[in-house]
Design a protein around this ligand. Sequence first.
Ligand code: PMV
Length: 344
Amino acid sequence: MLSEVLLVSAPGKVILHGEHAVVHGKVALAMALNLRTFLRLQPHSNGKVCLNLPNIGVKQAWDVAGLQLQDTSFLEQGDATAPTAEQVEKLKEVAGITQDGAKPEGLAVLAFLYLYLSICRKQRWAVEDLELINKWAFQGERMIHGNPSGVDNAVSTWGGALRFQQGKISSLERPLALKILLTNTKVPRSTKTLVASVRSRLLKFPEIVTPLLTSINAISLECERMLGEMAVAPAPEHYLVLEELIDMNQHHLNALGVGHASLDQLCRVTMAHGLHSKLTGAGGGGCGITLLRPDLEQLEVEATKQALNDCGFDCWETSIGAPGVSIHSASFLDPSVRQALDGL
Ligand code: PMV
């Protein structure tokens, strides 16, 4: 039982190279984003467990006693396990979800209840156990994405920069924090649909798509090599190579069919300021990253951000290579974050 407010944060992630290719056994490089999601766990004496996700307008409460009375034997014992279709249907009943459970809000509630009920059932709360957090985060991903590669949950758990291939993860040593712009085109897309579309293009044109995936793999490896060199002695030429790799990968991703007019616009607008961008994640809209070379004038960065905002995009200046999931003491928290959490 929690006796005081517990604050936990986890970084977002960007895939530097290898999205989609990773689903087909190739290497991906992912880095923890210095934009964090904060979780505030607060004890209540009203006998309810409340879920408040202000960003997507979810606020729901359940009687703890009512939840305890539910027959949760359908949730497996043992280690972190994937939800079955049957379990998802049962959970919808528990959650009182009658509308389309595939909506992001419904999926978020289902993922929360699945994790909450499973973890309570095991009567185990091991916040510091990163292995366990990673496994549960993966199951949450499965609830939302269907068949994720595992790269998202891994990088948010471990932080820094990770090399990921066929479920095998290794950390890049002493990764530099790279400055980037993260831009949200606000164009909604479904990772599941986009992953399926790449698979069907691969089946339709294996001779064309396989070399694209092989080339993306080579881009990830070259980027890994560059980051290794930069960790020892960073030089301006390294950034020029990173920019070239970004451009080539963006063209490949377009050829895989996961580009979008909004992402083309993002690349054009940043290129007009001499900056190089690529989509990150599933594509089809969503987010893009723009590399900020260290020699860049802040005025130029501001002008680029303004140009992206003028397109109707949201844009954050941040860095990648951030720490993984962390616990915070409220008194050491950045005042702006504390204020935002207090305002919920
Ligand atoms: O759209 P995101 O941020 O969840 O990233 C998806 C990345 C893919 O490689 C396309 C899929 C995956 O599971 O790795």
